[in-house]
Design a protein around this ligand. Structure first.
Ligand SMILES: [Zn+2]
Length: 451
């Protein structure tokens, strides 16, 4: 079987059940043949017209695609050994956040869904009385975990088909896992059944639609490929995640945003933020929710705006910051020859400075014959950064700015500067950020958790 071919099924909204879905963008999946992320031919990321949930449709049928569930999370680009090492490093942060928030002595048994076993083993050392079970879809990860963490009961499978005794777990955790559950309502009903009456469910997620900032190696996730990711099936907002929990019979005890603390071992995650929810079974049981109760036009509009205009919103913040800080009389814009992108960008620059000269070649300051006057601004719109410091040493007045945020590796970003979706709408896929001062956070929805 070709690893790139999955059985796909058109699905109803995983939250409200509506079949009315508006496609926004084509989804991305890992291309095993070419060893890179690729835009999928059929899968769309879109929004439910009724409740505003963002999800992939058609969706990979997990039960019929062992190869997908087995191999899509750990790819040659994110291998399981480094993933496990990452989980080990994350343990300290998680423990710092959860130690005081949970009654560990009261738990008898814990289930961690979609994990290497590193966290369960860590907890076992702190609280040996808690029996630790892990459920993991990747067989390679299961074998690796069983070897490294022999005291943890690591089981192979997907949660959609997981069975165990009702009321037998005091703690169930979904760390960066809820978005890969194809049938979240069924999964949460299962969690509801597996939890003890005073048990706790912990969820953490990092995704920009939850209004958290994603960073890797000091680079913020400001391009569309980084918003889309490849393994997510559902893109929750805080609101849709809370409603999903509520209609599944949970009440939220606490939700909070945490930022990766300064830690030399996790330097690659510096500034990254996670959204956490701690929930328990509602005393009122599973509520009867009417289909009409789930209608949310505001959520739908916000979701559509967020995904389609992600890079535009970021660019607008950054361009505004440029002109707030620097006088502009003449702009020299160096940009790949992409007429749609240039047509989108030019009015944004000209609104602040009408004199814009466009060059469709990379900025090479040694070839430049420019008058060194105040208000002369050079904008490098090519992906390769220009050595700004050397350039500034050469001129007294000219200011230059690199405006692109390169992906961590080029093969992780299959998009050009912009695309047209199925409805013919143009979507900007690479943000234009002349100001990349990390003290300014050009995320479209900012949750400032740092002091
Ligand atoms: Zn819906």
């Amino acid at each position: 079987m070709n690893k790139n071919n999955f059985t796909l099924r058109v699905i109803d909204c995983p939250l409200c059940g509506s079949s009315r879905f508006t496609a926004m963008l084509r989804g991305m999946k890992f291309d095993f043949k070419n060893n890179c992320w690729a835009v999928h031919e059929t899968i769309q990321v879109g929004v439910c017209d009724h409740c505003g949930l963002v999800y992939e449709n058609p969706q990979v049928v997990l039960e019929e695609n062992a190869l997908y569930t087995d191999q899509h999370c750990y790819t040659p680009k994110a291998d399981l050994i480094s993933h496990d090492k990452h989980q080990q490093r994350m343990n300290h942060m998680l423990w710092g956040l959860l130690e005081q928030r949970l009654n560990w002595k009261g738990f008898n048994r814990a289930l961690d869904i979609g994990a290497s076993g590193a966290w369960s083993d860590f907890i076992l050392q702190k609280h040996p009385h808690i029996e630790q079970v892990v459920l993991e879809p990747s067989w390679d990860a299961v074998q690796h975990g069983r070897k490294c963490y022999p005291k943890v009961d690591i089981r192979h499978g997907i949660f959609e088909t997981f069975e165990d005794s009702p009321g037998s777990y005091g703690l169930i955790s979904l760390f960066n896992a809820i978005y890969v559950l194809a049938k979240p309502r069924k999964a949460l009903a299962n969690i509801h059944q597996l939890l003890t009456d005073d048990g706790r469910l912990i969820i953490n997620v990092t995704n920009q639609h939850l209004h958290v900032e994603a960073w890797l190696y000091g680079r913020p996730y400001l391009n569309l490929a980084q918003l889309m990711r490849t393994i997510m099936l559902v893109y929750y907002s805080r609101k849709t995640l809370k409603i999903m929990l509520k209609i599944s019979g949970f009440e939220i005890i606490e939700d909070f945003t945490a930022e990766q603390p300064e830690d030399p071992l996790v330097i690659y995650m510096r500034r990254n933020q996670w959204y956490f929810v701690i929930a328990r079974k509602s005393a009122h049981g599973i509520p009867k929710m009417d289909f009409e109760d789930l209608k949310d036009e505001t959520e739908r509009l916000e979701a559509e705006n967020f995904f389609k205009r992600y890079c535009e919103m970021i660019s607008d913040i950054s361009i505004q910051a440029l002109f707030d800080r620097h006088l502009a009389n003449h702009i020299h814009l160096f940009i790949p020859d992409n007429p749609h992108y240039i047509e989108w960008l030019l009015p944004r620059l000209k609104a602040h400075c009408p004199n814009v000269i466009v060059y469709s070649k990379p900025l090479d300051h040694t070839e430049l014959e420019l008058a060194d006057e105040p208000g002369t601004i050079l904008l490098n719109g090519f992906e390769a950064d220009v050595d700004i410091e050397t350039l500034h040493r050469r001129f007294d007045h000219i200011k230059a700015f690199n405006c692109r945020i390169p992906p961590e590796t080029p093969s992780n970003d299959p998009f050009n500067l912009c695309i047209h979706n199925e409805n013919g709408e143009m979507i900007i896929t690479h943000s234009f950020c002349p100001i990349q001062d990390i003290r300014l956070f050009p995320f479209p929805a900012q949750e400032l958790v740092r002091g």
